[in-house]
Design a protein. Sequence first.
Length: 238
Amino acid sequence: MERLQKVIAASGICSRRKAEELILAGRVSVNGKIVNNLGTKVSIEDVVLVDNKEINIERKEYYLLNKPRGYISSVSDEANRKVITDLIDTKSRIYPIGRLDYDTTGLIILTNDGKLANILMHPRNKVEKTYLAKIEKCLTMEELFKLKKGIYIDGVICKPSRVKIKKHDEEKDIDLVEVTIHEGRNHIIKRLFKEINHDVIKLKRTKYAFLELDNLNSGEYRYLSKEEVDKLYSYERK
Ligand code: URA
């Protein structure tokens, strides 16, 4: 059950303040009865009309997906490529929080909760994301040091909070590097390595905030628990 004014605002027709005005003005009905009390609570089973028009009460949904390669992090694509929302069995209009490149795999959250999406994407809230990057040519100590110190991209520093070489294959001249950052610029990991002259051959996001992929296979997803959603909400800095 949610407060009526919150549900009206969440349907997208107006702000919560405006919804309160509409309720007090007697322009809102619940299950056929005019309601003009701001303490009223409703659920998705109730029929809410504003000026005799039904509003869409959507249940909030939260999914953690292990994104496969070859999917666009979007709800539709002009070039008709596969999009990640195709992988989730729901009728709700969910969308990804942030994006992973077409060829990047790993953890991504999808939801229809715009408030949570804004909290998690706002740079002020510094949500950490961890990536595993397979890179061409082994890193030198100097390059590793540069990466740890932070690299300027388009004039703005990107300073990883952690960098760790997980595997060092001198024979193939390939490194597997774990990098944790708290920003969300497009292609940021590939651009970080490009700045020190390394191409990323494979990229996987293994962690988002406190969430991990656990045993989800590529293309599989699970629902987030109420506790997990509450914990994600707590990332909001007041
Ligand atoms: N950084 C990238 O370069 N690509 C992604 O998909 C995510 C982060």
